[in-house]
Each structure stands twice: as structure tokens, then as C-alpha cells.
Design a protein around this ligand. Structure first.
Ligand SMILES: NC(=O)C1=CN([C@@H]2O[C@H](COP(=O)(O)OP(=O)(O)OC[C@H]3O[C@@H](n4cnc5c(N)ncnc54)[C@H](OP(=O)(O)O)[C@@H]3O)[C@@H](O)[C@H]2O)C=CC1
Ligand SMILES: CC(=O)C(=O)O
Ligand SMILES: [Mg+2]
Length: 768
């Protein structure tokens, strides 16, 4: 279940630390006096003179080309209405965040205290030298139309009112796909549109340019239906005024094919949806509350294709899918405007992208096994990393073809690569695992809570809503460490296994442990005594369900931490051993490496077991494992025992799971070089595969490899991840950083979500 956002969560999020959501960060070194004399006086005078000589140089020497202004006067903020410029600022800052994370565009949000069209236009015009583009936001109609029209004419940089065109573009893409699924032609479809403001008018105009017929629209504003009898309609509303006799939304929806809501929440009823034509399409896009809830609409009609503007339901039709990429494309070719051709290019790019296979990372982000084009997936998901490299080039190309690009692109492959680098594909997995963890935070026991790094990590995971920390150790010591270092963990649960308060729990845990180990060398006295030890106590909390996961090992040797976990919790059903895995975030996507921490010199059988454990874990991230079992030789080129062991292990794996994509023994470089592999070993299973998993022949190789990738290549990593345990226990490497600890907690929480879900499934299965 997604965590419900409550008022306090949202307020705390905005207020904590540095208030608001954005800051300005220098992009050049500013460490030395030399740096500062370049950044500012006297060095800064040189670019000034170059720009004075040729104003185009402003794109070369300043941030203008990547800087967009998000400008609002707060008169139509989301569906909250005219709440004023200051009250709209959190939304504008939020838009800035989305521009940055989805398209690496920098934003200044600007809130103007004016409702006067002339004044608004004058102010924005005067700011043209600063920005590469202007995103107008949440300005009410009809003023927004005049403001945008004038700025588009009078400025030489792209201007787009996102609520109009962003919404129109995204909903058009969704509409084309929905109509394709229900096999209806756009020129025959009957539309009912609630709302006749900025978003709604732009939508109907774009639908019309895609083939919808104006006479097939019935629109409503807050005073009722737009019809020919109304004398109060402006020119734009008149264009879509109906000659039909209907007066109410309920009448209009009878037999309608498509409902488009861009008005206010909860104005459409189940009965209205029931009265629509076969296979109705309902886009209830008011934010934050749609015109009709997802549940009510799908309950009312099994054949409905339903979309809302919200992220917590399928089919999120929201302009976040558009503005980052539309501006990216426009800025990258220095387009002087965002024209119809560019908008239509974005529509088709989005619609087509939905039909192509969804990458693993998107399935993982949304906890889906396999998203496929269909009624519940008519538009790409906002976390789809392909959006940038698909929509931005389409927009850029359309700008070039329609003659508004001042800096055309010539090398499209290089451009796409640049876009992927901008996004930092390497960070995608972290973001996705993070969002999954945050959806359902779990109780994580930190066995070494009297360590400063652990406390800092516990604070981070608590503040970020990733986990509910349980701190094990001496309470006085932990509290004084927190006080000395300004660490605050709300409602910190501190448990001291050695304390008198815990004696009953120690006793209970000791008895349970004794039952597990009584014939394995523990007597009752020893079993109870050992519960004073934090790793045993913590593992017992996880074993008994009093916590969901355990993190330990920062200050102790690996074997000393893994032993209690194996004795108390043990391996998962079917596992013959445990193994350690690292995830390395590379530019080509996540790379899974094993065994990095547990098995020193595995036999072929053991290596096969490790491979199976890793394959299972990789699948848990909804990623299909494509495994190279690496060595120093390729497919028998060396007959040494080490190389042959890997080859034998691969044969065993293949027998265990013939469907698994796995090959070896193979050199690591060969595994990543499809061309050379194809030329030399065309039989290999990996010739058409992007390898994402490396199994090393022994611990030395695996451990050295991940350390080098981390330290020398500078890749971020998550690990070690302990595989094969019945319940989530993860053992840190000595000296892990706070960030690495937080990353392991993320994994532990996701692991707990999955294992708990499996346990429930098993229980339910047994009940049946
Ligand atoms: N999902 C998405 O991506 C987006 C969603 N939106 C949502 O769309 C809505 C409108 O935004 P926007 O167009 O920018 O705002 P505007 O203020 O420009 O338009 C609002 C429109 O809704 C009409 N309206 C208000 N109440 C009713 C009602 N009870 N019945 C019928 N019509 C009504 C208004 O009528 P009148 O003309 O008479 O004032 C006006 O035409 C908001 O909820 C916003 O959050 C907006 C942009 C993107
Ligand atoms: C999504 C958006 O821009 C709005 O609701 O106003
Ligand atoms: Mg908006």
C-alpha cells in the first residue's frame, strides 16, 4: 500500500533543514583565490566583454542556455484556484525540481504580484536576457491566453504555458492510445469536457488538430454548458459552443465516448459514467482531486479506460511527462519558440513510446511484473528514463524541420548519449529503490547504534521515510552521542539488550534460541546469556517479527556478525548457502556482482548455487538477469583448473535453470563487447545480451573488482547484500560511509517488503 500523504508529512518535508526545495549550486571550482579571481573580478570581465562584442556569446559563457523561468501569479494554482503568488511558490519550486531531475534543466521560480496582463508581460519581457526559456504556470484563464500570446510574439526565446500545452500534449498522446485500444476514430468520437479554462481550451484545440471535430464537443465552465445561446462567452469559448439542447453534465455524458475533466474535483458521478457509450474513456485530470475517483469510475464501468492526474493510480495524465522534455529539446537546438510541429512531435513520441517494451527499471519503480500497453498503461510512466532520450530529440528535430532552431543538431547518436548522461542513468536504480522503500517503510534494527555513522544513517532513513529505526545499545551512551552531534530521531526506539527492562525479553528470546540450537552445542544457560549480545538479540527481534530487518557489521568482522544471523534466522527454504552481492551503478545501468563477501573458494557446485541465488535476487528487482561467469579465459581457451571450474559451474546452472541467460567462462571485457564476442564466439548466449550480472570465480576476484569500481572508477554502490537468508539481515563492510549504510537500509526495507509479501502469500495459499 502506498503511504498516505498527510498534512504534517507535507509541511515537515518543506520546512525541514533549509526551507523550501531548491538551492543554487556553483558549477565551477571555487576553492582557491585563483578560482575566485576567475569566477569574479577581475577574470569575469573577459566573458562580459565577449558578450558585449557579440550577444550570442551569452550562451557560451553563462548559464542562460540551460536556465528556464517558471513564472506564475498564483491565480490558478493546481485546482486550488487564485491563492496568490506566495502561496503558489511551493508548486513553482516543485516544478523546478521536476525540470532538474527529469531533464537537468535549471530553474528560477518567479512569482509575480500582478493580475494585470500588460504589467505581467512587461516584467517577463524585461527578464528575457536571463533565461533560455519561459514556462508560464498556473495563471488563470482568460488572462493566460493573452499573456502567452504576447510573450510568444515579443520574445525570441521559447515560451510555453504548461497548463495549456503540456496538458494538451500529454492528454493527446493518452487519447490517441486509448482510442486505438477501443478502436474508435477521433473524428467520430463524442467528447464532453468539464472546464473551459487554460488546460481544457488547449486540450480541445490540440485534439481538433489531431482530427477531432469541434461540433463533437460539449464543454462546460462553472456557469454551465457552453452553447450558442450564451452571451457571456469570449471568442475562444464561442469556438466550442454547442448547438445541442443539453444543459447538464449528466445529460451530456449520456452516450458520450470521452470525458475530459480539467475543472474541479468530484463533479462526476458513477451514474454519469454508467450512461456513457461502450468502452468509455474518462480522463479526470483535476488536481489534486479528480472529477471522479479512480475507484468509482472503474467500479461503475468494467470497460472504462480511466486516467487521472495523480501518481498513485495507473494512467497518470499529468504535464510532468511533457514540460521537462519539451523544454530540453527546445533549449538544445536554441528554438525561438515552441510551435505546433514541436507539440505534435511530442504527442506522437509519447504515444509511440507507450507501445514499446517497458524497461526493467520502470517495472521495478512501479512494483509491476511487466507493464504492457493496454487499458491500464496508455501513457508512459513519469520515472521512465527513456522519456528524455525519446521526447527531447523528437521536439528538437521538429524545431529544426519547422525552421525555428538556431543551433541545429547534427550528430543524433551523440545527442542521445548526452541526454542519457544528463539524466545520470546510474542514479536511476537508487531513485527507484528509494521510492519503493518509502512506499512502505519497515522497522530496521541497527545493532551498532552507539556508532556515530550508524546514528547519522538512522536519522537519514527516519527523516526520509525509508525505515523506522530501532537502536540497539546502551541508552545513555546513544542519547549522549545524539546530543553531542545534534542528531534527532523522532520517537527513537532505543533498546538495550543488557538492561534490566529487557530481562524478560532476553529470557523469552533465550528459550526460543535454545529450542533452535539445543542439539547444536548450546545449553539453556548459554542460550539466554548470549541474548545480551546485540547481534543475537537483534536477530531474534527479526526472527520473532518484532522488527523487519537487521543491519550490523560496521564495527565487527564479517564472520562474527553472520554467525548469529545464521544461527538465529537461518537460510531461506531451498538455499544451500548464503552469498554476498554488490550492485554497482554504472552509466550502462546497474551491474550485479557476486560473490563479494562470503564464499572464499567455491567449488563448481557452490558457484552454481551462488549464481542461482544472485539470479533470484536480480529478478526481485524486476530485472532479467543476464549473467557472465567470468574468469581469465574464454570458453576453454585455458585448461587450468580455475577456468574449468567456472565452465563446469555454468553447466550445472544451466541444468538447474535452462531458461537462464548465462554463459562462461568468459573474460569480463569479452562479456561486454558484443561485436568481438559475435566475431569470435558466435555460439555464446551473450552475443545479443546486455550483461548485467557478473559471477566471479572466487571471493578475491569479486571483492577486488567491486572495490576498484567503487574507489577508482568512482561508481556508487549498494552492498553488501546478503543473499539466501530467510529474513532480511544485511552486514555492512567495515568502514562503510553513511551513504553506503543508507543504501543498505534501502535494500533491507525492500527485501523485508518482498519477504513479508511472500510469507503472506504462502500463508494464504496454505489456508486455501
Ligand atoms: N493533469 C494535469 O496535467 C493538469 C491538470 N490541471 C488541472 O485542471 C484544472 C484546471 O486548471 P486550469 O485550466 O489551469 O485552470 P483555469 O482556472 O484556467 O480553468 C478552470 C476551469 O474550470 C472551470 N470550472 C470551475 N469549476 C467548475 C465546475 N464546477 N464545473 C465546470 N467547470 C468548472 C472554470 O470555469 P470558468 O471558465 O467559468 O471560470 C474554468 O473554465 C485544475 O484542477 C488543475 O489542477 C491543469 C493542468 C495540468
Ligand atoms: C499539473 C499541473 O500543472 C496542475 O495541476 O496545475
Ligand atoms: Mg499547473
Amino acid at each position: 500500500m502506498a503511504r498516505k500523504i498527510n498534512k504534517q508529512d507535507a509541511l515537515d518535508y518543506h520546512a525541514m533543514g533549509r526551507p523550501g526545495k531548491i538551492e543554487v549550486v556553483p558549477t565551477k571550482d571555487t576553492k582557491t583565490q585563483w578560482d575566485l579571481s576567475l569566477a569574479y573580478s577581475p577574470g569575469v570581465a573577459e566573458p562580459c566583454k565577449e558578450i558585449e562584442r557579440d550577444v550570442e556569446n551569452v550562451y557560451k559563457y553563462t548559464a542562460k542556455g540551460n536556465l528556464v523561468a517558471v513564472i506564475s501569479n498564483g491565480t490558478a494554482v493546481l485546482g486550488l484556484g487564485d491563492i496568490g503568488p506566495e502561496a503558489g511558490k511551493p508548486v513553482m519550486e516543485g516544478k523546478g525540481v521536476l525540470f532538474k531531475i527529469f531533464a537537468d534543466i535549471d530553474v528560477f521560480d518567479i512569482e509575480l504580484n500582478t493580475k494585470n496582463v500588460d504589467e505581467f508581460v512587461q516584467v517577463v519581457k524585461a527578464m528575457e536576457p536571463t533565461f533560455g526559456g519561459i514556462n508560464l504556470e498556473d495563471i488563470k484563464s482568460p488572462e493566460c491566453f493573452a499573456i502567452e500570446e504576447r510573450l510568444r510574439k515579443e520574445l525570441k526565446i521559447p515560451v510555453m504555458h504548461d497548463d495549456q500545452h503540456g496538458t494538451a500534449i500529454i492528454s493527446s498522446a493518452a487519447l490517441l492510445n486509448a482510442l486505438y485500444l477501443v478502436k474508435k476514430k477521433i473524428d467520430k468520437v463524442k467528447f464532453v469536457v468539464n472546464g473551459a479554462g487554460a488546460a481544457a481550451m488547449a486540450c480541445v484545440r490540440l485534439y481538433a488538430s489531431l482530427g477531432a471535430r469541434p461540433e463533437n464537443f460539449i464543454m462546460f465552465d462553472k456557469d454551465g454548458v457552453l452553447n450558442k445561446q450564451r452571451a457571456d462567452l469570449d471568442a475562444m469559448k464561442q469556438q466550442f459552443a454547442t448547438s445541442s439542447k443539453v444543459t447538464t453534465l449528466a445529460e451530456a455524458l449520456k452516450g458520450a465516448d470521452v470525458f475530459v475533466g480539467l475543472s474541479v474535483g468530484n463533479v462526476v458521478t458513477a451514474e454519469m459514467v454508467k450512461s456513457m457509450a461502450k468502452n468509455p474513456v474518462v480522463f479526470a485530470m483535476a488536481n489534486p482531486d479528480p472529477e471522479i475517483t479512480w475507484e468509482t469510475a472503474v467500479e461503475a464501468r468494467k470497460d472504462v479506460i480511466m486516467a487521472t492526474g495523480r501518481s498513485d493510480y495507473p494512467n497518470q495524465v499529468n504535464n510532468v511527462l511533457g514540460f521537462p522534455y519539451i523544454f530540453r529539446g527546445a533549449l538544445d537546438v536554441r528554438a525561438t519558440q515552441i510551435n505546433e510541429a514541436m507539440k505534435l512531435a511530442a504527442v506522437h513520441a509519447l504515444a509511440d513510446l507507450t507501445k514499446s517494451p517497458v524497461p526493467d527499471i520502470v517495472n521495478l519503480a512501479y512494483n509491476e511484473r511487466n507493464l504492457v500497453f493496454g487499458p491500464h498503461y496508455i501513457i508512459p510512466k513519469p520515472l521512465d528514463p527513456r522519456l528524455l532520450s525519446t521526447v527531447a530529440p523528437a521536439v528538437a528535430k521538429a524545431a529544426m524541420d519547422s525552421g525555428v532552431a538556431l543551433a541545429p543538431i547534427t550528430d543524433w547518436d551523440a545527442y542521445r548519449e548526452e541526454l542519457n548522461n544528463r539524466l545520470g542513468l546510474d542514479n536511476q536504480l537508487f531513485r527507484v529503490i528509494g521510492s519503493k522503500a518509502r512506499k512502505d517503510p519497515r522497522r530496521v534494527v541497527f545493532a551498532e547504534a552507539d556508532n556515530l555513522k550508524i546514528l547519522k544513517a538512522a536519522q537519514v532513513v527516519e527523516e526520509e521515510g525509508i525505515a523506522i529505526p530501532i537502536l540497539l545499545g546502551n541508552e545513555k551512551r546513544i542519547r549522549s552521542l545524539m546530543a553531542e552531534n545534534g542528531i534527532e530521531i523522532d520517537n527513537a526506539q532505543i533498546v538495550d539488550p543488557k538492561s534490566d527492562e529487557m530481562s524478560a525479553t532476553r529470557h523469552r528470546f533465550g528459550e526460543l534460541f535454545f529450542h533452535k540450537r539445543q542439539r547444536k552445542g548450546f545449553n539453556l544457560y548459554e542460550a539466554k546469556k548470549i541474548m545480551r549480545e546485540r547481534n543475537y538479540f537483534g536477530c531474534m527481534m527479526v526472527e520473532t517479527g518484532e522488527a523487519d530487518a537487521l543491519i550490523s557489521g560496521l564495527t565487527r568482522k564479517y564472520p562474527d556478525t553472520i554467525r548469529p544471523a545464521l544461527q538465529v534466522i537461518g537460510m531461506e527454504e531451498g538455499a544451500k548457502r548464503v552469498a554476498g552481492m554488490y550492485i554497482i551503478n554504472t552509466k550502462r545501468g546497474p551491474l550485479f556482482l557476486a560473490d563479494t563477501t562470503v564464499n572464499f573458494n567455491p567449488t563448481a557446485e557452490e558457484l552454481a548455487d551462488i549464481t542461482m541465488l544472485v539470479a533470484k535476487e536480480v529478478r526481485q528487482f524486476n530485472i532479467t538477469p543476464r549473467i557472465a561467469m567470468v574468469s581469465y579465459s574464454n570458453f576453454g581457451s585455458s585448461q587450468t583448473p580455475e577456468a574449468q571450474l567456472v565452465s563446469r559451474a555454468r553447466e550445472i546452472v544451466k541444468r538447474m535453470d535452462p531458461t537462464l541467460t548465462v554463459d562462461g567462462e568468459i573474460q569480463a571485457a569479452m562479456a561486454f563487447n558484443k561485436e568481438i564476442l559475435k566475431d569470435n564466439y558466435p555460439f555464446s548466449e551473450l552475443i545479443d545480451e546486455d550483461v548485467n550480472t557478473l559471477i566471479f570465480p572466487n571471493l578475491a576476484a569479486g571483492n577486488v573488482a567491486y572495490n576498484l569500481l567503487q574507489e577508482v572508477a568512482g561508481f556508487d554502490s549498494i552492498g553488501p547484500i546478503l543473499l539466501g537468508m530467510k529474513k532480511p539481515v544485511h552486514i555492512l563492510q567495515l568502514g562503510s560511509t553513511v551513504r553506503q549504510i543508507v543504501n543498505v537500509v534501502l535494500i533491507a526495507v525492500v527485501d523485508a517488503q518482498t519477504k513479508c509479501c511472500r510469507e503472506e502469500e504462502a500463508k494464504n495459499g496454505k489456508k486455501k
